[in-house]
Ligand binder design. Structure first.
Ligand SMILES: Nc1ncnc2c1ncn2[C@@H]1O[C@H](COP(=O)(O)OP(=O)(O)OP(=O)(O)O)[C@@H](O)[C@H]1O
Ligand SMILES: [Mg+2]
Length: 311
């Protein structure tokens, strides 16, 4: 363990009054990062899956392409840096079980879960062909926006119906693929094994996820529920329909301040062709207080259908 003493800026939420950034001399205890799993090309995981290549890497895990040796099916295999203890692994398995109960064409299918030889948790997923919405937008691809948002809503309803909250709805976690000959947006990257936030202090350096896509309640370290995903839908809808990303700033703490305080411009003032009904709907998703948003994703879907039918 290393001890680091240095002034750091942290977001502090007093019992009363407004959230502010304070400079504090914090003595931090850095918990050692668990050793990265010994998984690489050619390695066979859990006697069943041969690793063939890397598909992506994030903070909490790495995603490989693999072949299930018995069936020769190609799968995506995601290893999580959970640490090697039993407790995190059992928690990981419980989350996998719940997430696996979501069965929907717009939600990635989890196939299997287990432990690598060096005791890290892994899941296998259906292998998707295509790329993320973030990559598509970055390349200027003309994505069918309304269809995509409709499918994202269907995915959220399927998740919320069984009590699964995604908590990280961003263009990086929406995968664009083809199913049955049609474009399909598939929600990936459920927070399996990720620690759930809940402290009053929020250290910008330690935040999980992309700050511009964090919900106000995540910035504040509060508990989140399905209304966090409704907000996430609002952020993605705003970005898709306006072509600009919300809450941009150079420094992380400035982004976080904007997430908490900046009211986004109404879509019908910045995006030509967006009706006032649709602009109202997105603005309601983006309310800072979860209680002011749609109560659940079914209610949002009804409102979406009415707003887009009138368009
Ligand atoms: N089922 C899949 N099929 C094909 N590619 C995938 C699949 N799942 C993930 N990927 C690829 O791997 C990348 C990372 O996956 P994912 O978003 O699940 O994890 P992550 O962002 O690395 O993890 P974390 O958010 O925990 O840091 C994706 O952007 C995508 O390119
Ligand atoms: Mg991701």
């Amino acid at each position: 363990m290393t001890h680091i003493a240095q002034p750091r800026r942290v977001l502090f939420r007093p019992k009363r009054g407004r959230l502010r950034l304070v400079e504090m001399n914090i003595r931090r205890t850095r918990v050692p990062t668990p050793a990265k799993p010994e998984v690489r090309g050619g390695v066979v995981v859990a006697d069943r899956y041969r690793i063939d290549g890397v598909l992506g890497e994030g903070k909490m895990g790495r995603v490989f392409e693999a072949i299930e040796l018995e069936t020769l099916n190609r799968v995506a295999l995601k290893v999580s840096y959970l640490g090697s203890g039993d407790e995190p692994f059992q928690r990981f398995l419980r989350e996998v079980e719940i997430t696996r109960s979501v069965r929907h064409p717009n939600v990635v299918r989890i196939l299997d879960a287990g432990r690598t030889d060096d005791q890290h948790g892994f899941i296998t997923l259906e292998l998707l062909e295509g790329r993320t919405l973030q990559e598509a937008l970055h390349d200027g691809e003309d994505v069918p926006k309304e269809l995509l948002l409709q499918q994202l809503l269907d995915a959220l309803v399927a998740c919320h119906d069984v009590g699964v909250v995604h908590r990280d709805i961003t263009p990086k976690n929406i995968f664009m693929t083809v199913r049955f000959g049609r474009m399909a947006a598939v929600l990936i990257d459920f927070g399996l094994g990720k620690p759930v936030g809940g402290s009053r202090m929020t250290d910008p350096d330690d935040l999980l996820g992309v700050p511009t896509y964090l919900t106000p309640e995540q910035v504040l370290g509060e508990d989140v529920d399905a209304r966090a995903d409704i907000y996430g839908f609002g952020v993605v809808a705003h970005e898709l329909l306006s072509g600009t990303r919300l809450f941009q700033a150079e420094e992380t703490h400035a982004v976080l301040q904007k997430v908490l305080e900046e009211v986004p411009p109404r879509l019908d003032t910045v995006a030509p062709g967006v009706s006032s009904a649709l602009a109202d709907l997105v603005a309601r998703c983006l309310e800072k207080a979860a209680s002011a948003r749609f109560a659940d994703s079914r209610e949002l879907r009804e409102a979406w259908r009415a707003a887009t039918a009138a368009n």
